[in-house]
Design a protein around this ligand. Structure first.
Ligand code: ADP
Ligand code: MG
Length: 327
């Protein structure tokens, strides 16, 4: 199968996109043409997944297609943006390019999530090379209303959606570093391989949250980006953070995974205490649970408050691809 046949067969969307009004031209020309609605700003983000670094070579290809798009949708969610369209730059080793079953499953996982969010594939590039999947996503957000990292203020509450640390637990199990009961492994593995981008929550938080980020490299590191961008610090309640994991484990490990795990794709955000009810209403409207974890402080740095009140500093540091290991 040649490059163009492969694109036509697996990646050109079959059905006219739900967002067809915004996509004037999709796959097939030198550029796609997008027409964001008047008064909207374009939100643009890229994320790359590399075999052996972000995923195991034998991962379910449908899950890989899903995750490649999900991590990009998660960036739109973190800005409070709604998806418009995406492009896919794909390097495929010859054995994958010749494996129609693998490609069909990968494309099915990708298109299913794209269809669920009315976010069609409108172009890309395809080449031979080590397996590498790079998606660029385009979204729109009312001008001036994007949720930035820089808006957290002393006195704001710190919140997180969903659960944190479960994906990391699955990774430990898949690496053979930990054994889990089969049902717990299956559930944790679903969190690692089929993340849910929190788009409805991100959009519902526009005008409520003062800052927002998606948690891809661990809460401590990602919240650290918010603290740096906003010029503030934070204190998190140890019990609230350790309570975020869906699966029972030793308390210390729960805390470590929730803070430093990665691959959660939940939202961490801040809002003033006066907005607590508004946050809960937004969470309800988005059918996404949220938990209040602590407080933004004027004093820089990230701290954990123990139940007795003692405060211990924690490194506001997440996964670093150059400093840390491989998958
Ligand atoms: P060009 O030579 O202008 O870069 P290509 O020949 O690479 O264009 O691609 C032909 C068309 O197919 C373009 O519209 C491009 O956006 C699209 N395309 C290429 N690779 C992919 C892909 N992996 N997924 C979706 N569309 C793709
Ligand atoms: Mg090209």
């Amino acid at each position: 199968m040649g490059e163009f046949e492969l694109i036509e067969k697996f990646f050109k969307p079959k059905a006219p996109a739900a967002q067809a009004g915004r996509v004037r031209l999709g796959v097939g020309d030198d550029c796609a043409l997008l027409a964001p609605a008047p008064g909207m700003e374009l939100a643009v983000s890229s994320d790359m997944l590399v075999e052996g670094r972000h995923f195991f070579a034998d991962v379910d290809p449908a899950a890989l297609g899903h995750k490649a798009l999900a991590v990009n949708l998660s960036d739109l969610a973190a800005m409070g943006a709604a998806p418009l369209a995406f492009t896919l730059a794909l390097a495929l080793p010859p054995q994958r390019a010749g494996d129609a079953g693998w490609l069909a499953a990968f494309a099915a996982g990708l298109h299913a999530l794209a269809d669920a969010h009315g976010c069609p594939l409108v172009g890309g590039d395809t080449t031979a090379g080590p397996l590498n999947i790079c998606i660029t996503i385009f979204g729109e957000v009312p001008a001036g209303q994007a949720l930035r990292r820089s808006g957290a203020r002393a006195g704001d509450d710190v919140w997180a959606s969903g659960t944190l640390g479960d994906a990391r637990l699955a990774l430990q199990a898949l690496r053979g570093q930990q054994t889990l009961p089969p049902a717990a492994l299956a559930a944790a593995r679903r969190r690692l391989e089929w993340p849910t981008p929190r788009l409805a929550l991100g959009q519902a938080l526009r005008g409520i949250a003062t800052s927002c980020i998606d948690v891809s490299d661990g809460l401590a590191g990602d919240l650290g980006h918010v603290l740096n961008a906003s010029g503030v610090g934070a204190t998190l309640e140890v019990e609230a953070v350790a309570g975020l994991m869906a699966f029972p484990q030793a308390a210390e490990q729960r805390l470590h995974h929730a803070l430093h795990g990665g691959d959660d794709y939940e939202l961490a955000f801040t809002a003033p205490p006066s907005a607590r009810e508004a946050v809960q209403r937004a969470a309800q409207a988005a059918a996404t649970p949220v938990t209040r974890l602590g407080r933004i402080d004027a004093e820089p740095g990230l701290r954990l408050a123990q139940p007795g009140g003692a405060r211990t500093p924690i490194a506001a540091r997440g996964f670093d691809h150059f400093a840390d290991g491989c998958c």
